[in-house]
Design a protein around this ligand. Structure first.
Ligand code: ATP
Length: 311
């Protein structure tokens, strides 16, 4: 039994030089395994190589070197089976304006060779909340509806793996929540989900595991929890009754920052300093405290830490 939904080894992609641009090495030998059944986040700054990787998985971009296995099928040996195992919801709203949602889904199913008797057009329309828009022209759909239709199109052949490329970029909260509800449901039904997102909070909330890529290289891959616990810093935030008089003497390595409303934030290494040490110093200085809280590191800190040091 194959354990991994995706196995990538030594994946390279160099876009050829054109008259206007030099050759670009977008992926520089990436190894990555994505376990079956997970919700896996692929993160990285703009231009890191995420779309290139996803497009290679989807069979839309031809790799330069390396090996890609999808649901156990080598992309080069079994292109049909590997393509059938994956559905991609792309970033761009590339819909034919003259197709209705119902015919869009039907045509897509036809492209994947799904026999008429096995098509789930109505079920998918229902799931993406477009049952009442089945006969509307795509050009008459709102941006959010088009995005939902793209999700539907990625599902027509009932793939084991669903890839979502920046699914919530620029969408409103309601649609985002609907998308995530659907994603969770599909995951519970056994689908492996791979998503790229710029919203780190979202990745932290949704993904079991995360890979961060930068400049075409894999920087790290770990469970979301482990990644967040790598960051040693925490921040103690206090609201003083009145601003401290004079400079404060703080434990070594603690950095202070003044925030809105006169709040003071103290960033410290949790393995070296205890928040009580900071509070003791404040008390010594006669600072009266109205409120206190501690901010835990989040994925954004991890991301900045890793991409900064590798820049
Ligand atoms: N068709 C192409 N021809 C030439 N260079 C390309 C092409 N597509 C992407 N690139 C380059 O390859 C690099 C990786 O791009 P890619 O789109 O994979 O990054 P990304 O991580 O998806 O970024 P974003 O978050 O902005 O979508 C970038 O430097 C980009 O300019």
């Amino acid at each position: 039994m194959v354990e991994n939904a995706i196995e990538i080894t030594g994946l390279r992609k160099t876009y050829a030089a054109t008259k206007r641009s030099e050759a670009k090495e977008a992926l520089k030998g990436v190894d990555l395994a994505i376990p079956k059944g997970s919700i896996f986040g692929l993160l990285g700054p703009n231009g890191a190589g995420k779309s290139t990787m996803i497009n290679i998985l989807a069979g839309l971009v031809v790799k330069t070197a390396g090996n890609v296995k999808i649901w156990g099928f080598d992309q080069d040996v079994n292109p049909r089976q590997s393509r059938a195992a994956i559905g991609v919801m792309p970033q761009e709203l590339n819909l034919d304006p003259f197709f209705t949602p119902r015919s869009s889904l039907d045509v897509q199913a036809g492209l994947y060779g799904v026999p008429k008797s096995q098509r789930r057009t109505e079920e998918i329309l229902e799931m993406i909340g477009l049952s009442d828009k089945g006969e509307a022209y795509a050009r008459a759909l709102s941006g959010g509806m088009r995005r939902r239709l793209l999700l539907g199109k990625a599902l027509v052949h009932d793939p084991q793996i669903l890839v979502l490329d920046e699914p919530t970029a620029g969408v409103d909260i309601e649609l985002r929540q609907m998308l995530w509800r659907n994603v969770r449901k599909l995951n519970e039904q056994g689908k492996t989900i791979i998503l790229t997102t710029h919203y780190l909070e979202e990745a932290e909330e949704m993904c079991d595991e995360i890979a961060i890529i930068n400049h075409g290289e894999l920087l790290i891959r770990d469970t979301t929890r482990n990644l967040v616990s790598r960051i040693d810093s925490k921040t103690l935030v206090i609201e003083p009754v009145s601003p401290p008089a004079g400079t404060l003497s703080l434990p070594e390595g603690v950095e202070m920052e003044t925030r809105a409303g006169g709040r003071l934030a103290f960033r410290y290494a949790r393995t070296k300093v205890k928040p009580g040490d900071i509070l003791a110093k404040l008390r010594e200085a006669g600072v009266e405290i109205a409120d206190v809280s501690i901010e835990e590191p989040d994925l954004e800190d991890v991301f900045l830490d890793l991409t900064r040091s590798a820049a």
